[in-house]
Ligand binder design. Structure first.
Ligand code: LLP
Length: 483
């Protein structure tokens, strides 16, 4: 099994390029590599991903461009599924946390690999259903779901992961109203309960969710009254299990191991209230390698630890194994994508730094300015040029903080060079904005030398598509002044 990525070396054209032999491509854990698994340097000294020359892709589809490698995404999906099959003797389901990148093509790929889907809004649900994802493997999250979203979830028969009391009470009313309107008994609404397990983990404060001071889920001191309530309303609510998610970009295995133990303990408690819960969803959170110093566990290692913790905890308490669900986002898609930019202006502040500027920035990748996230980059049209320059890669937005990479090492660069930033598959497109009215970039799916557009570049017409100009503002000033 290939689980250790090759060391990244400086001053060599092939740094960051994974060099995974095709024969073991499916076994390398994508989250441990800086680049998509199919990345190579071609005869023109250009970066190639999925058999496509990235420089040519930019000429064809424009810049900036998200380049998503299908083989890497599929490899990660398969590894999660196979790892659960290998390490868990009971039933299991991997659901893709589509908030990482929700669009039709990505939902369809996840579903075609046998994954379910985690959605967090009516919009993500609509996309998943339109992509043809089976509602029986869709789970709806969210700490403030609207009545519309809940009605949509009930109508489509997906599972709702209930976060709080208001939602629980609203669901009871909606389920009763649906039954009454149809004048026939409806199947109870399928729900899970989200718990706040009180588990600390080391990641950015904004992406920690399992500690007690969190806006998500029921706190431990409320759980027993929630169980009693759910049992009382079992004609309209069918509670199938428990869920928790402790945070994102986590490299430690211990917090997930602890989480499994805590959740099994609550499964046992639920039985005291007459609830037989068959599903346990341990969330997502496995981190990826954004820089050489990041050393995340492989998908297989993460899965093995969790499966063992659940099996041991169930064995200790002598309860049957639940259906085990995991919902990874970042570790499925993060390393499968790079963003290609075209370099423009440069500025040297003597004795301080040299800025090189890309044609995008915080609007297509808001992670550096939001979480101080680190990224690595290469010049795709001169892959073997020695990396001799220390530069700061800035975006084009009217904001000093719009810096993608503060301390990048690059070959000498020129306007027109194609700069590729790695590890941009998760929470880049999905958090992209139109700040400064920049149209969102296009996305292409690459594989076996073929590139297909999966998200068209926005146009200026798209930017105006939702603008409304009240009639009175269209009159010339002299007509409008009146008095
Ligand atoms: N399940 C739930 C309930 C979640 O809230 C999340 C992520 C996941 C699963 C997937 O977690 P992952 O495997 O991707 O770590 N925008 C931030 C990340 C926010 C994560 C939100 N929830 C970032 O760019 O780092």
């Amino acid at each position: 099994m290939v689980s250790t990525p090759p060391a990244a070396t400086h001053n060599s054209g092939r740094q960051y390029v994974p060099d995974v032999p095709e024969s073991v491509l499916d076994q390398a854990s994508p989250n441990q590599f800086l680049m998509p698994l199919t990345a190579q340097v071609n005869g023109k000294d250009h970066l190639e991903i999925g058999g496509c020359d990235v420089v040519t892709l930019v000429q064809q589809f424009g810049s900036p461009l998200y380049v998503l490698d299908e083989a890497t995404l599929r490899a990660a999906c398969r590894q999660y599924r196979q790892a659960f099959q290998r390490h868990y003797p009971g039933e299991s389901l991997v659901i893709y946390a589509s908030k990482a990148w929700n669009c039709l093509a990505v939902c369809a790929i996840a579903a075609s690999e046998g994954l379910g889907l985690d959605v967090v809004s009516g919009g993500e649900l609509h996309t998943a259903l339109t992509a043809g994802v089976d509602p029986s493997v869709i789970y709806l999250h969210g700490n403030n779901k609207s009545v519309d979203e809940l009605q949509m979830a009930i109508a489509t028969g997906i599972t709702i992961v209930v976060d709080n009391w208001l939602e629980l009470e609203t669901l009871v009313e909606l389920a009763k109203a649906t039954s009454a309107a149809d004048e026939s008994p409806q199947a109870p609404v399928r729900i899970m309960l989200r718990l706040t397990p009180g588990i600390e983990c080391h990641t950015h404060d904004y992406i920690r969710t399992g500690h007690l001071d969190s806006k998500f889920g029921f706190d431990p001191d409320q759980i027993e009254s929630v169980f009693a309530f759910v049992q009382q309303h079992s004609t309209v609510l069918h509670c199938v299990g428990l869920h928790a998610h402790i945070g994102s970009q986590i490299f430690e295995l211990q917090p997930h191991q602890d989480l499994a133990g805590v959740l099994v303990q609550w499964l046992v408690k639920a039985a005291d209230y007459g609830l037989t819960l068959e599903e346990l969803d341990i969330g997502g959170g496995l981190g990826i390698r954004y820089t050489e110093s990041d050393d995340p566990p492989s998908i297989d290692q993460w899965t093995q630890v969790i499966c063992k913790a659940v099996v041991d905890a169930c064995g200790d308490r002598q309860i049957p194994l639940p259906k085990l669900i995991a919902e990874p986002g970042r570790s499925l898609i993060g390393s499968a994508c790079v963003t290609a930019y075209t370099l423009g202006s440069q500025k040297t502040v003597p004795g301080i730094r040299t800025y090189v500027t890309v044609d995008g920035g915080m609007s297509d990748n808001p992670r550096p300015i939001t979480y101080q996230s680190l990224y690595r980059t290469v010049v795709a049209n001169r892959m073997s040029a020695p990396m001799t320059e220390a530069v700061t890669v800035a975006g084009k937005h009217c904001e000093s903080g719009d810096v993608l990479i503060k301390d990048a090492t690059l070959p000498p660069t020129h306007p027109g060079d194609i700069l590729v930033v790695m590890g941009t598959g998760a929470y880049n497109y999905s958090m992209a904005s139109n700040y400064n009215r920049l149209p969102r970039p296009a996305s292409v799916l690459v594989g076996e030398g073929d590139a297909s557009l999966i998200l068209r570049r926005e146009t200026y017409a798209d930017l105006l598509a939702h603008d409304c100009l009240p009639h009175r503002l269209t009159r010339p000033p002299s007509e409008g002044s009146g008095s």
